[in-house]
Write a protein that binds this ligand. Sequence first.
Ligand SMILES: Cc1ncc(COP(=O)(O)O)c(C=O)c1O
Length: 379
Amino acid sequence: MVSKRLTRVEESATMKMGSIAKKLQAEGKSVLNFSLGEPDFKTPGHICEAAKRALDFGYTHYVSSAGVDELREAIAGKIREENEVDVSAENVIVTPGAKQAIYELMMSVLDDGDEVILLDPAWVTFESAVKLAGGNPKWVKRLEEEVNYESLESAVSENTKLIVINSPNNPAGYVLSETEQKEIAEFAVDHDLLVLSDEIYEKIIYGRKHVSIASFDGMQARTVIINGFSKTYAMTGWRIGYAVAPAEILKGMLKIQQHSVSCAPSIAQSAALTALSSPQDCVNEMVEQFKRRRDVIVKRLNEIGLRCLNPEGAFYAFVNTSNHGNDVEFTERLLKEAYIVVTPGSAFGLAGKNYVRFSFAASIEDILEGMGRIEKLYG
Ligand SMILES: Cc1ncc(COP(=O)(O)O)c(C=O)c1O
């Protein structure tokens, strides 16, 4: 009944783990869910107030498909100032979530059989979007080893169209070094490739500064920055993301947006404008809390003997399970014997096979309780 295209794509592993957690909770089990891909904080009050005002003004209709002008201007201003890329509002499309921007980009630039280089492990949506658009993913490992010109060379062919990078990274928590970004940029220029740079965790970064690959020589014309409000402002349910792209690509994405979702939600765009144009203290406070949680979870995991690199960004600890079986065995044991939900690393690519992803978008109390339960199993 379903299309051949759809059979190329799996159900989202994180969402699957989330629903298992909910089911166990409904059965009255004391479940600790470390599989969430969203901040556990409430959306800051001043952003919610902006949405209420938009409702009271009757701002409840379709808006322009590419996004509300003031928001596009504000996003372009932010990109110029913080990411050092010379763009205007014409380069910005506001989408119902960054995910939709990723689909629109893949649908705009890929033909059947085109190849896309993904860094392994990678957030699953990239692979699904490539496949749904008719493309084929080619993997380059980037986990405990850095990516470089040679490793990219091993995956390129005459059909390669695009490289996807995501720094700070979901699921591995790394931040690409400047040298890596430079080599990726040189490689893209030499092979005339586009780069999708998913920068949605740019603000959730610990002791480093985010640098956009679009600011490197020759890169603006071939980079599509994907970003959004979900993670920075704890606004996952509002569904506001955006892409910053060269004009021709943006036109393609806009066509798809017009014929699919029409526009991103009007009320949520008002809230997003307030988020961007207000003082950023709320962001700093959330990041401070993420950092504290990161320090606690990494210390405890390593004490228990579960090796884990120190995440430099995002809110995920990618933990090596090889002393205790593969990722799927480890995940099942945690679930059955400790009611702890994590995501098996193989859901993110082959390189994740002996890893699991712990999201530390959870309270310190839950993290400590969870680590205590794991210590009883493995300590
Ligand atoms: C790398 C990455 N990009 C994008 C998203 C989704 O963003 P949005 O909520 O704006 O669709 C996620 C969510 O998990 C993510 O991890």
